[in-house]
Design a protein around this ligand. Sequence first.
Ligand SMILES: [Zn+2]
Length: 258
Amino acid sequence: MARIMSAEKIKQPMDVKLSEKELERYNRQMLIRGWGEAGQKKLRAATVFIAGAGGLGSPVAIYLAAAGIGRIRICDNGEPELSNLNRQILHAEKDIGKNKTFSARESLCEINPHVEVVALPEKITAESVDRLAGGSDIIIDCLDNFPTRHILNRYAVDKQLPFIHAGIYGLSGQLTVIHAPATPCLYCLFPGSPPPAVFPVAGVTPGVIGVLEATEAIKYLTGIGENLKGRLLIWDGETMEFQTVAVQKDPNCPVCGS
Ligand SMILES: [Zn+2]
């Protein structure tokens, strides 16, 4: 049974108008209870910051573009390599050597020309994060390293912005929705930063987890359902089991503790 969230923090898109073509394009999703034209206008009014245009960033950006998000800001300072193409489905072999955000923008504009895609071919640092992610309604972690995740986490906690965290490994993944001050932050859950390493990953893994991140973003922005706040979802692709565990705030957390 879907519940409707309180939507007081979601932008009220008073001046957004949907064209006939958009109404036709989004017809099937607007039939979902609680979505309708009003929910579609909220998506159209929204700005989403996607940190990373790789394995997770690909399905997140593709599904959010197809769903009719108004503005996607996608950030990555890397270039697609041949060994990325088993999972980074925004990019093709012809894109090797281009910045990932440029090939992402090309792919996304082909999927949905109604979406504004802003390519940010930059590194997220403590100094650049406000310029890159500022003004967004939600931040989505599609990264592969904890030091940058912790920069985004601190920023999201300070600004009280919703921050969807996901991580993948092999045939498994995890996901949670952080929204200060109500939920634990990423540092409460994972205070460390494992050293960078080449890790195994199947293409379907970021597919599964990225689509769940996009789902959580759409739910938050439209006000439909109940987000994974204070809960960590863990997916084991080998046994095909989903598990959800409650997570607790660390009162002594240096990021979100009082
Ligand atoms: Zn914390």
